[in-house]
Design a protein around this ligand. Sequence first.
Ligand code: ADP
Ligand code: ADP
Ligand code: MG
Length: 457
Amino acid sequence: MGISRVFVANRGEIAVRVIRACKALSIETVLGVSSADRETMGARLADRVVCIGPARSTDSYLNRQAILATALATECDAIHPGYGFLSEDAEFARLCHENDLIFVGPTPENIRRMGNKLEARSLAKEFNVPLAEGSARLYSADEALETAEQVGYPILLKAAAGGGGRGIRVVDAPEKLKAAFEGASAEAAAAFGDGAMFMERYIGNARHVEVQILADNHGNVIHLGERDCSLQRRYQKMVEESPAPGLSDKLRQQIHESAVTLAKNIGYVSAGTVEFIVDMDRSQFYFLEMNTRVQVEHPITEAVTGVDIVAQQLRIAAGEKLDINQGEVKVEGHSIECRINAEAPLRGFQPSPGRISRWRPPSGSGIRLDSHGFEGYFMPPYYDSLLGKLIVHGKDRQDALAMMEQALAGFEIEGVETTIPFLQYVIVNDDFVTGNFNTRWLEKVATTFLESQAVDS
Ligand code: ADP
Ligand code: ADP
Ligand code: MG
């Protein structure tokens, strides 16, 4: 393969995931760590570890120049950005190319166009991908008020540059619009350096369904089926599954086709995800956004299709042709992922950093754990609270649910609080088991969980 040494520009479980994929392809790895991450699982596994800066992300994992300089100094020929951090930074991807480093991801142009939700929406429209009713950029709260009258309440305010659920507000009445507009715009300006806002009709009974895309430099674009990620708290995913339950074959196929159409028409290259919202009352789907990177929940797609998405990213980046065509993609069984965060569910899901004093993960056939945790690991307070992802692959949904119940029950972690007790409560809930849920459901369950715990104690 045309890549022999990869610089891993990330941390946590995804750094471990990328290093493992490289090892399997006999590619050497150099991991750039912050000074807080010298003793991590990734640092143990990488061939070489170089400190790129202090704990604060802006000084290390977001420091483009430090990363480029270190990758060049260690003679890497490619950089894998993982997710978050610089993964969707078009300027960083461009700088990689300028320095003769392969950016393991899409083109800077792909990232730039899809990174702005307003531009992505206009492209989707151009290629006849269905869009939720919405607006162009809103320049003021007054303009938002006028537009909301036409769209009809409730509406959803969104940041054009948004990601990770930030800069999003649902507004159900005109008197609440001004404050929500200003709050969301300020949040987006602080997080993304861009406070541009727009709105969409708020879909109350919705599922989040997304399609995994793989595209090479030779014009081949395929999809690896879809994932349902409707179980969200504060617009952040907590439990994901593939295939998505409760979709008609026709709807499922239309969603796949729309994702491939969009990826083809924008000349997309690499792995990417096209996200849709499905209005369950109307059986209609609408384009949300495209994530131009590997997704946190990619392992469930790997489980049901048998395709290693990170290895494919590396192969594509090296200029190789996809070694699988659409007809060969088969979805087998059912996979579920639970995100295990170091958070205290009973204290408003507050982050719970600290030293892990006991770590006994479940194992067995059909069980996969993507994690950087180990006994003795100190989970620092500076970063995302994701501690790992527990993934099961069963012969059908019922089987996968039973496996997940067992696996969660068998997972012993001490020293930090985790979301495991909450996940255990969620996955045995009748509504979830029967597929009677939407994107608002998990917030309600979080409330009943708190009440049930108050009764117990
Ligand atoms: P996915 O869409 O892959 O499920 P998430 O939206 O949960 O991913 O985000 C993946 C990770 O990247 C999370 O750790 C999140 O905090 C982070 N993230 C997402 N978008 C951004 C962004 N624009 N800037 C910084 N971090 C982000
Ligand atoms: P982000 O970039 O932060 O991931 P998305 O546009 O993907 O933003 O939206 C995040 C989540 O917000 C979706 O998964 C969905 O739950 C919810 N959402 C987005 N748009 C709508 C909508 N028009 N109606 C209802 N819910 C929505
Ligand atoms: Mg999204």
